[in-house]
Design a binder for this molecule. Structure first.
Ligand SMILES: NC(=O)c1ccc[n+]([C@@H]2O[C@H](COP(=O)([O-])OP(=O)(O)OC[C@H]3O[C@@H](n4cnc5c(N)ncnc54)[C@H](OP(=O)(O)O)[C@@H]3O)[C@@H](O)[C@H]2O)c1
Length: 265
């Protein structure tokens, strides 16, 4: 085997036929991660809030080229019962679970702190913080049965920076995700489950099309040492690495920052 072939070969061995649920994979970062797992031979379940054309198109496009047909589950992760149901259905479809990618989330608008309504705060926390715990709890028995169990959560650069104006609830929720990653890693290490997180910086997905003006994004890109925004594909390697038992088998409770140097520890 040539030296240049070994990473793909190794990842194929790690992920082929593995059972992977990627939440929030209808588009953006989750879609890129899902496609990579499928390309590496994993059995994947895609998830979106609802059955959208984007989710259907992605499933069809993956089905056309991947080794296994992807399954699809839906559910609003601001609702704990819907979160539990979606994870339960995914595990039933797969007949178990090896890897949970907890990625569903969004800012739900910009809400200046002084006027942040309690109901909005609750909803943002429910979607971005509580759902990560609920999904992990629902996945726990199946993951405990896997010899290569891993959870990779999606936190954010804003968990550490506090985010830009109007993102208090979202940034706070992501800080919870970073901390919960470490708590779960400690509690579940004895059960053979590794728990890590990826922390994207400013990644050019629908997320920012919705919540940031082109001027704000251009100014952000100019401040980043690598002088550009990230792409969904820029995040994929960190998820694969953290999920890989060969590459990251002794890594748990860690957060990998993917931000072009925008924030350094
Ligand atoms: N883009 C960035 O700069 C950035 C930076 C740091 C962290 N992140 C985090 O990275 C993750 C992915 O973000 P992205 O940029 O790829 O965003 P995106 O393109 O907006 O995709 C968000 C994904 O989450 C799902 N989702 C949103 N609200 C949901 C709800 N209430 N219930 C269930 N699913 C829901 C969406 O499903 P539908 O298509 O059905 O709505 C979609 O699959 C999120 O956790 C986000 O907070 C992003």
């Amino acid at each position: 085997m040539s030296a240049s072939a070994w990473p793909a070969d190794l990842l194929m061995r790690d992920f082929r036929d593995r059972k992977v649920l990627i939440t929030g994979s209808s588009r953006g970062i989750g879609a890129a991660v899902a496609r990579a797992f499928a390309d590496l031979g994993a059995r994947i379940v895609l998830h979106g809030r609802a059955e959208t054309p984007a989710l259907r198109d992605l499933a069809a496009s993956i089905a056309a080229s991947a080794m296994h047909q992807p399954a699809v589950v839906t559910g609003d992760f601001a609702d704990s019962n819907a979160t539990r149901r979606a994870v339960e259905q995914a595990i039933a479809q797969l007949g178990g679970l090896d890897i949970l990618i907890n990625n569903a989330g969004t800012m739900m608008g910009r809400h200046p702190a002084a006027g942040l309504a309690e109901a909005t705060l609750d909803e943002i926390i429910s979607l971005n913080a509580k759902s990560v715990v609920t999904a992990a709890q629902q996945a726990f028995p199946a993951l405990r049965d896997s010899p290569v169990a891993a959870i990779v959560n999606t936190t954010s650069i804003s968990a550490r920076s506090g985010g830009s104006a109007g993102s208090l609830a979202y940034s706070g929720a992501k800080a919870f995700v970073s901390t919960a990653t470490r708590s779960l890693a400690t509690e579940w290490a004895g059960d053979g489950i590794r728990v890590n997180a990826v922390s994207p910086g400013t990644i050019d997905t629908d997320f920012h099309q919705r919540y940031s003006s082109p001027e704000k994004l251009a100014a952000t890109a100019a401040r980043i040492p690598q002088k550009r925004l990230g792409r969904a594909e820029d995040c994929v390697g960190a998820y694969l690495f953290l999920a890989s038992p060969s590459l990251a088998g002794y890594i748990t409770g860690q957060v990998i920052e993917v931000n072009g140097g925008a924030l350094m520890p």
